[in-house]
Design a protein around this ligand. Structure first.
Ligand code: SAM
Length: 326
């Protein structure tokens, strides 16, 4: 297991500015990762704040425990943002430490540098690793096991929907052909199946992104069920915010951002569905801060290119549930 990987937290300045932690604040970080945001927030606040960091990845939790575990203000908990709400350990922590709810909830979605840099995790087509791609290495199917369960149609569907890859059908065919021939056990094998459909060199010459990027993203999202419970998780997070508490969600691609945006807008009482008037008035639980979301500055993108697609959306819990007049 890699022990030296550092994750550069994205939109950190904006997180610190727009998600202020009061003196005795309670922070819920649902994607603790390598603790980049956690460390920066903890460095800014006093001894009385309490910071609960949740992550589904046991390696990330272990590494962050090694780096920040001696800080008594921080509690690190195993879990997912879909399911942590029902966990007795989470409920006990909230009961004891945050009976009035959280002042700040942070969700920094997707994978971290750990996933891309530790080749044994199987997320990167740049290196040879096993076809794993699970964020939680203790549970669920590896990417290879997941692919073994797919038909050409379901595989193509995942690559198309989650990877937004237009050549999804021939790529799915090439992947299953490699599987049948016993040539699909590593990340390089998967990338080779993609390159058999979209050659790598011409894309490279034109300065386009590697043709394997979209297929890897599609399979990774499917393997980890990344979009399934996101909307419900944001709803649950908001119900744990105290009045005037803020939620910040950072997404990295349009599929995630669409869910985040629609969920926050609905909770802000904004009707996006067909027709001008919603079927029933939407309760207004939130106020949106920067309706369009916040993107990284050019300086940040230059310093940390993976931040380029990030978007931070923020909502502030209202004092009381105010019904919206349609
Ligand atoms: C972008 S990284 C977070 C990086 C972190 N903010 C930092 O600065 O180090 C996303 C983290 O969320 C975790 N994660 C992804 N989906 C999750 C889920 N459904 N529940 C809990 N953790 C999740 C991943 O394991 C990963 O460590």
């Amino acid at each position: 297991m890699a022990t030296h990987i550092v994750h550069v937290p994205v939109l950190l300045t904006e997180v610190l500015e727009h998600l202020p932690v009061p003196l005795r604040g309670r922070v819920l970080d649902l994607t603790l990762g390598l603790g980049g945001h956690a460390q920066a927030i903890l460095a800014q606040v006093g001894p009385e704040i309490r910071y609960l960091g949740v992550d589904r990845d046991p390696h990330a939790r272990e590494m962050t425990k090694g780096r920040l575990g001696s800080d008594a203000r921080l509690t690190i908990m195993a879990g997912t943002y879909e399911e942590v709400w029902d966990d007795p350990a989470f409920q006990a922590w909230c009961h004891l430490q945050a009976p009035k709810g959280f002042d700040v909830v942070l969700m920094d979605l997707g994978i971290s540098t750990l996933h891309l840099k530790d080749v044994s995790r199987g997320f990167s087509f740049m290196d040879e690793g096993p076809l794993d791609m699970r964020m939680d290495t203790d549970h669920g199917l590896t990417a290879l096991e997941w692919i073994q369960e797919q038909t050409e149609e379901t595989l193509a569907d995942a690559i198309f929907r989650f990877g937004e890859e237009r050549a999804s059908r021939p790529i799915a065919r090439a992947i299953l052909k490699a599987l049948e021939a016993g040539r699909l056990s590593t990340t390089r094998d998967l990338a080779a199946a993609v390159y058999a459909v979209i050659p790598r060199e011409p894309a490279k010459r034109k300065g386009l992104s590697d043709p394997a990027t979209r297929t890897f993203q599609g399979i990774r999202i499917a393997v980890n069920g990344e979009l399934e419970g996101l909307g419900a998780a944001i709803n649950a997070a908001i119900s744990h915010l105290r009045p005037e508490g803020r939620i910040g969600v950072i997404s990295f691609h349009s599929l995630e951002d669409r869910i985040v945006k629609q969920t926050l807008r609905r909770l802000a009482g904004i009707h996006d569905g067909p027709g001008r008037i919603p079927p029933s008035p939407l309760p207004k639980l939130l106020r949106l801060i920067y309706g369009g979301g916040i993107a990284p500055t050019e300086d940040e993108i230059r310093a940390n290119p993976p931040s380029r697609s990030a978007r931070l959306r923020i909502g502030e819990r209202l004092q009381a549930e105010a019904p919206r007049v349609p």
